[in-house]
Design a binder for this molecule. Structure first.
Ligand code: NAD
Length: 284
């Protein structure tokens, strides 16, 4: 069976072109969207993500401001920085790169971000707005998945959508977005009994587990749509998703690659949220 590749890299590039034009229009009115990126400590993966986000901003004309704090930064210092960024009119969005060093309380830090600058949509206020179906900012990864499906003319309404993974940043908000678009949603996790059987019922299967090649073809129904959110390194050190692509793609109607699927969409949605925040701050 030949499958349709859900190419996130391509869609993200198209979205960036559109966003560049939007930012150009704002620039004509001397408005420049600003994103503050806060990174604490020396986690190498976090550094790579922050660099990519800064590059994305540059590409579309958003001004990024990096705040790189040492590993031993105190909670007080970090909260003080967030207070200052909340007040700064050049900053439309604040992103705190996770994970934070262990001595810092992530939940407390996220709660300190002003909800109107919370472009990751992790603040409980924005989580609540999402729950009641009127999100100001949609969380980037799940929103990126929805865009990818829409772009491929895949309507989730009435479909059986199974999400493997129940994290606050992927699984749970993914379920909410799909539910609001009238999917029938099942959320699975590490305690789910017979995960394989549940996944096999899925018209759309979304994996956000974080285990290389975990989803093999015997988890997948013939003709299913497969979204691989996972980012892992396999035994050879290569970046790979949760899905065994060579095997699963033979059964799938459509499937995302890793890399080049959900990852670029997540980054594009961050830019979209930052522009939205800027428009809100400038009453547009
Ligand atoms: P997490 O570790 O917070 O959550 C993992 C989830 O998987 C948990 O809910 C857990 O119950 C479930 N799980 C673990 N083992 C399982 C098993 N054997 N069977 C069923 N469920 C199981 O992770 P997260 O932050 O949600 O991220 C998940 C994956 O997605 C990671 O690989 C992460 O790197 C990736 N990710 C990718 C993007 C992107 O833009 N592509 C964004 C965020 C996260």
């Amino acid at each position: 069976m030949s499958y349709k590749l859900l190419d996130g890299k391509d869609l993200a590039a198209r979205m960036k072109k559109t966003m560049s034009k939007e930012v150009e229009k704002l620039a004509a009115e001397a408005i420049v969207p600003g994103l503050a990126v806060v990174i604490a400590g020396n986690d190498p993966a976090s550094r790579i993500y922050v660099n990519m986000k800064k590059k994305d901003c540059e590409e579309v004309g958003i001004k990024s401001f990096e705040y790189a704090l040492p590993e031993e930064t105190s909670e007080e210092e970090l909260l003080g920085l967030i207070d200052a960024l909340n007040q700064d009119s050049a900053i439309d969005g604040i992103l705190v790169q996770l994970p934070l060093p262990e001595h810092l309380d992530e939940a407390k830090v996220i709660r300190r971000i002003s909800p109107d600058k919370d472009v990751d949509a992790f603040h409980p206020f924005n989580v609540g707005e999402l729950m009641i179906g009127r999100p100001i900012f949609a969380p980037c990864t799940p929103a990126g998945v929805m865009e990818l499906l829409k772009d491929a003319n895949i309507d989730v309404a009435g479909k059986n959508c199974v999400i493997a993974g129940r994290s606050n940043i992927v699984g749970k908000p993914m379920a909410m977005l799909m539910l609001h678009d009238n999917a029938t949603v099942t959320i699975c996790h590490s305690q789910t009994r017979d995960l394989k059987a549940v996944c096999k019922e899925a018209d759309i299967l979304i994996s956000a587990i974080g285990r290389a090649d975990f989803i093999t073809d015997d988890y997948v129904k013939e003709g299913a749509i497969i979204i691989d959110v996972g980012i892992n390194r396999n035994a050879e050190g290569k970046v790979t998703g949760d899905v065994d692509f060579p095997k699963v793609s033979k059964k799938a109607f459509a499937i995302t690659p890793v890399p080049g699927g959900v990852g670029p969409m997540t980054r594009a949605m961050l830019l979209k949220n930052t522009i939205k925040a800027c428009n809100m701050h400038n009453k547009k």
